[in-house]
Design a protein around this ligand. Sequence first.
Ligand code: BV8
Ligand code: ZN
Length: 247
Amino acid sequence: MGGELLDIAAARLREASSLFVVTGAGISAESGIPTFRGAGGLWEGFSFQSLATPEAFAEDPGRVWRWYRWRAEQYGECLPNPGHDVIAQMEAAIPEVLIATQNVDGLHRRAGNVNVVELHGSIADMRCVACERLAPFPQGAIVDDPVPRCAHCTAAMRPHILWFGETYWPGILEQAQAAARQADVCLVVGTSAQVWPPVALALHARDCGAYLIDVNPEVTDLSRTADAHLIGPSGTVLPELWERVGR
Ligand code: BV8
Ligand code: ZN
């Protein structure tokens, strides 16, 4: 990858007092979590319409729960990778940092990031369909009914994850938009830029004056409009970039 592009991106990060980060499944690929649209991705054999939608849950909650329990098992065995670690170091070094992640795997928090907005929810939580109370996502093997019941009102619980066709929880996008508006640098890592609202956040940051860096081994609609497309896996590119920043 072009050294001078790395140097320019590093220079921007060195001067930045506010950083807005948008991440997608690609940042967790090197932690062993399959991406959605890559080979062997989560959608292999499952179309998202059949699983990550409110209709699918209404039709067969047990099937949706089994899929998420399988994913939770996978995520539980995974660890943050050097890409996550660098983003945690960035938050420690730069005054204003917000991470808006599309991932539900919780790896940014496990890497030490604190200012994290989980745009699409988290595999660590489940939510009551009736009273909306949150509870920890069930661990271990499914013993009886795969659909947990609410301890408070006995209605069915669902994964606390945003499904396709659902609107974002109030305040979530606004919080991210506020960070996007005041960012000196917007760093996008590992997203195919196919789900619109997260992409819109990065473009909003750029429209408000942020320098837009995209880290992805592939070319996407976002990398084409980025100020710097750093081509490669984030587990390698981010440490190299941060090394040159020297903060
Ligand atoms: C909304 C949680 C307003 C689930 C997710 C009704 C039905 C169907 C669709 C819609 C609908 N109504 C509206 C829509 C549009 C829909 C949408 O955008 N669909 C797309 C697919 C066209 N959006 C929504 O529904 C959103 N809501 O817009 O609200 C609204 C409401 C109603 C009507 C109109 C408007 C809600 C979307 C949230 C869905 N939930 N996840 C779960 O996890 O089970 S989305 C899911 O896919 C992820 O969370 C992620 O956000 C998203 C995109 O995936 P990526 O993270 O980008 O991952 P992907 O695999 O695609 O790409 C990986 C990238 O990494 C690749 O580029 C690859 O090159 C790169 N990479 C690989 N290795 C590495 C790497 N990069 C760096 N390093 C590496 N090593
Ligand atoms: Zn309840």
